[in-house]
Design a protein around this ligand. Structure first.
Ligand code: A2P
Length: 285
């Protein structure tokens, strides 16, 4: 698979497999199928409680560890220097690996919005910088950070995150955050690149997909790539996993890109880093 090059020169597959809620407890069959379908970048998090299943899938796949790209994240309620050190070790143990390819801060702040996120982020990052400098992880980054969180981090630390993983799909392109990252050379990754199934039913996207003779899901994944964003599609079916990787045989024309980029908001997950979770009727879920 093609790769993007991160700011620290590490190569990363241009499409990853998202695993949030794709595994059922200890069941590793879905992840094994994803590897079989051709995914080499597996994206997990301590919060997903599937690291053990992923570790098992990796072992059973027979694919060499160096050919895979494993990313995990420290949970928002476990931020802080010692917690991060501890949880990193637990993640490695569960995945059954000696190192991670990428380790991220999952959210910039805990759920309790009255807690001061700033010292927590700095303490977490200090632990991550140490892990990176000790060669235990090939890259460190963040997830769901907006420009003001990144600014604070940059003003107080010396190593820049190499990635920022955030919700991104047609109708929710987070232009300000994406442009901010691009200007700093931070690779943006898209969780929910097709906005769950909601975006798949959008009439204009359905029409456009017909024009390119692809599915709306493929259109969304290709759209992310043409924006320079690394998509992390999830699926529980081998056929759709394969379909979501089959996005290199067409190119969205410039004017169609503009039309997707200027679509009205199509709803979003309701998960905003600085707010309470939005109720479904507000975010269009
Ligand atoms: P399924 O597991 O049945 O394939 P997102 O990653 O944007 O949150 O979206 C995940 C959802 O999209 C899952 O419910 C998944 O369902 C569905 N999905 C994934 N790939 C496709 C596809 N190619 N066509 C239709 N639905 C898809």
């Amino acid at each position: 698979m093609d790769t993007f090059t991160l700011a620290n020169q590490v190569e990363i597959p241009v499409i990853g497999f998202g695993t949030y809620k794709t595994t059922d407890g200890s069941d590793c069959a879905v992840v094994r199928q994803a590897i079989e379908a051709g995914y080499r970048y597996l994206d997990t998090a301590a919060f997903y409680e599937n690291e053990e299943a992923i570790g098992q899938a990796v072992r059973e796949s027979g694919v060499a560890r160096e050919e895979l790209f494993l990313c995990s994240k420290v949970w928002r309620e476990r931020m802080g220097y010692e917690n991060t050190q501890e949880d990193f070790e637990s993640t490695l143990e569960k995945l059954g690996t000696e190192y991670l390819d990428l380790y991220l801060i999952h959210w910039p702040r805990p759920k309790d919005l009255s807690v001061d996120w700033k010292p927590l982020v700095l303490d977490t990052w200090r632990a991550m910088e140490e892990l990176y400098l000790a060669g235990r992880v090939r890259g460190i980054g963040v997830s769901n950070f907006l420009p003001h969180h990144l600014n604070y981090l940059m003003e107080h630390t010396s190593i820049l995150p190499v990635v920022d993983q955030m919700e991104f799909h047609p109708g929710y392109i987070q232009k300000t955050a994406v442009d901010f990252c691009r200007n700093l050379g931070i690779q943006v990754m898209a969780w929910s690149p097709m906005g769950r199934t909601r975006v798949l039913k959008e009439p204009f996207l359905m029409e456009l997909a017909k024009k390119y003779q692809v599915s709306v899901a493929q259109l969304c994944i290709r759209f992310a790539l043409q924006c320079g964003v690394l998509p992390l599609p999830k699926s529980s079916s081998l056929e759709r996993m394969r379909q979501n990787l089959d996005v290199f045989g067409f190119e969205i024309e410039r004017d169609d890109m503009y039309q997707i980029l200027t679509l009205p908001q199509l709803g979003w997950s309701g998960e905003h880093p600085d707010r309470e979770r939005m109720p479904a009727q507000v975010c269009g879920e």
